[in-house]
Design a protein around this ligand. Structure first.
Ligand code: SF4
Length: 155
C-alpha cells in the first residue's frame, strides 16, 4: 500500500481550501493501491487555515527542536505539525507502506523544497516535518515532481 498526500488526490484540504489534483495519483486511489493522508489535519489543524512556513531550518530541525513552524500571523504551530508527522508515520507503519507520495514545497509534505520562512513565496532546498520523520524511519518519500520516474521504476 502507498500513502499519498490528500491534496494530490483531489481532496480540498490545503490551507486555502483548494486541492492540487494529480491524475496519476487519483488513478492509484481508484485502483485501491493508495490511501490518502493529510498530516496537517491529522495534527489538529483545519481547513481553511493560515499558511505556515518553517523558520530557522527544515523539517528535521523542527523534529530536533532546533526550528519551528509558524503561521502567517506569527502563531507557533510546531506542535500540530510534529503531531501530524507522528500520526502519519503511525499510519504508514500500520499499513506497511514503504513508499509515501507527498506534495512538494509544503512545510509538512515537501521532500526536496520548502518555502524559506519569510512568506514571500521563495523556496529553498529542504524538507517538511512529515517528510523528514518518514525518511528517518526508513520510508521512501516521493513527490509529485518525481512520480513519473518512480512509477517507471527509475527511482
Ligand atoms: Fe495536507 Fe500535505 Fe496537502 Fe498540505 S501538502 S494539504 S499537509 S496533504
Amino acid at each position: 500500500m502507498i500513502l499519498v498526500s490528500s491534496c494530490l488526490a483531489g481532496l480540498e484540504v490545503r490551507y486555502n481550501g483548494t486541492h492540487c489534483l494529480d491524475e496519476k495519483i487519483h488513478e492509484l486511489i481508484e485502483k485501491k493501491q493508495a490511501i490518502t493522508v493529510c498530516p496537517e489535519l491529522l495534527g489538529g489543524l483545519s481547513t481553511p487555515r493560515e499558511p505556515a512556513e518553517i523558520i530557522g531550518g527544515n523539517g528535521g530541525d523542527v523534529l530536533d527542536g532546533q526550528a519551528k513552524v509558524v503561521n502567517q500571523s506569527g502563531k507557533d504551530v510546531t506542535e500540530q505539525f510534529v503531531k501530524g508527522a507522528y500520526v502519519t508515520l503511525k499510519r504508514a507503519q500500520e499499513l506497511n507502506a514503504t513508499v509515501v507520495i507527498l506534495k512538494e514545497n509544503s512545510p509538512s509534505c515537501g521532500s526536496s523544497m520548502i518555502y524559506n520562512g519569510e512568506f514571500k513565496g521563495e523556496k529553498i532546498i529542504g524538507e517538511g516535518v512529515t517528510a523528514a520523520l518518514l525518511k528517518r524511519n526508513g520510508i521512501k518519500v516521493v513527490s509529485e515532481k518525481n512520480l513519473a520516474e518512480f512509477l517507471d521504476g527509475k527511482m
